[in-house]
Design a binder for this molecule. Structure first.
Ligand SMILES: O=P(O)(O)OC[C@H]1O[C@H](O[C@H]2O[C@H](CO)[C@@H](O)[C@H](O)[C@H]2O)[C@H](O)[C@@H](O)[C@@H]1O
Ligand SMILES: [Mg+2]
Length: 270
C-alpha cells in the first residue's frame, strides 16, 4: 500500500479529489470556500480555528496546480489573508465583490457614506436582540443569529428592509444562521469565471468546493465549464453540486494527502 493510500480521506468525493489532483495536476483549478468548507463552523465569526498545517497544505496544493488555487469567500479579503498568512493566495472576498488576481492586482467595491449610515442604523435597531452579532465587513455587513435563533424572522425582516434601502448595488445574501447585505456586482460564480480568464487558471477544469447558499453560483459555473462541484457538510437546501463531502476535516485530510504526495502519481502508472 503506497503512502498515498495509507492517508485515505474519509469519503468518496474527497478520494476522487485526491486522485484527480495527484494524477492530473495540470488539468484542474481549485476554488475553495473558507467557513464550513476549509474551517469548521464556530459559534461566532471570530471563534474559528485554523488548523496548524492547513495554510502550508494549501500552499503545497497550489504549487502542485501551478498556482491555480483561489479562495472564494464571504469574508473580507484582508480577514481571509490573515487566516493563512504568510501565504498569500488569489482571494475573492465579500462573496466576489473584492477580487485579488493571481498577479496580486486588487479590484474591490468600497463602502459609501450611505451604506455606512445603514450599518449604523442596523446596529442601533438590533442592539436589543440579545446574542445577535453584527459583523461589519466594510462594503458588506452580516447579522448573525447563531447564538439567538429566535430572532431569525425579525432579523430577516430588518435586513431585507435595509438591503432594499441600500439600493441596487447591494443585495441580501442569506447564509448559515446569518443574513448579509453584500455588493450585488459580483457573486462567487462570477469570481470563478474571472479567475478562469487569468493565465494561471485558463484552460483548466474548475473544481468548486463550498458549503452554503452563496457557493451555489460557483458550483453552477464549475458544472457549466465541465468541471466538478463538491458541497461540504449538511445543509437542508437543494444544491447543484455534483458531489458531497462529509465535513471540513475530510476535505482538509484530502488536501494534506495531496500536499504530501508531491511528485507521486498513480502507483499503477509507475
Ligand atoms: O463564504 P464563506 O468563506 O463560507 O464565509 C461565509 C460567512 O462565514 C462566516 O459566517 C459563518 O461562519 C461563522 C464561523 O464559523 C459562523 O459563526 C456563522 O454562523 C456562519 O454564518 C463569516 O462570519 C461571514 O462573514 C461569511 O460571509
Ligand atoms: Mg462557507
Amino acid at each position: 500500500m503506497t503512502e498515498l493510500e495509507k492517508l485515505r480521506p474519509s469519503d468518496a468525493a474527497t478520494r476522487r479529489l485526491v486522485r484527480r489532483l495527484v494524477d492530473e495536476p495540470e488539468r484542474w483549478a481549485l476554488f475553495l470556500d473558507i467557513d464550513g468548507t476549509l474551517l469548521d463552523l464556530a459559534a461566532t465569526p471570530d471563534a474559528i480555528q485554523v488548523p496548524l498545517s492547513l495554510a502550508s497544505d494549501l500552499s503545497a496544493v497550489s504549487a502542485r496546480l501551478g498556482g491555480a488555487l483561489a479562495l472564494v469567500t464571504g469574508r473580507s479579503l484582508p480577514y481571509a489573508d490573515g487566516l493563512f498568512a504568510p501565504h498569500r493566495f488569489p482571494i475573492a472576498g465579500l462573496h466576489g465583490a473584492q477580487f485579488r488576481s493571481a498577479d496580486g492586482k486588487v479590484n474591490a467595491v468600497v463602502e459609501t457614506p450611505a451604506f455606512a449610515a445603514i450599518k449604523l442604523r442596523l446596529l442601533q435597531q438590533t442592539a436589543w436582540m440579545e446574542g445577535v452579532l453584527i459583523e461589519d465587513k466594510g462594503a458588506a455587513v452580516a447579522a448573525h443569529y447563531r447564538l439567538a435563533p429566535a430572532y431569525d424572522k425579525a432579523l430577516e425582516q430588518i435586513m431585507r428592509a435595509f438591503a432594499e434601502e441600500a439600493g441596487p448595488d447591494w443585495v441580501l445574501q442569506p447564509g448559515k444562521m446569518v443574513f448579509e447585505i453584500r455588493p450585488s456586482r459580483a457573486d462567487k460564480g462570477e469570481a470563478v469565471a474571472s479567475y478562469l480568464e487569468e493565465p494561471v487558471f485558463a484552460g483548466r477544469l474548475p473544481i468548486a468546493i463550498g458549503d452554503d447558499l452563496t457557493d451555489e453560483s460557483m458550483f453552477a459555473l464549475a458544472n457549466a465549464r465541465g468541471g466538478q462541484s463538491i458541497r461540504v457538510g449538511s445543509l437542508s437546501t437543494e444544491t447543484c453540486a455534483l458531489a458531497k463531502a462529509s465535513s471540513p476535516s475530510a476535505l482538509r485530510s484530502a488536501l494534506a494527502t495531496i500536499a504530501s504526495s508531491s511528485g507521486e502519481r498513480k502507483a499503477s502508472a509507475s
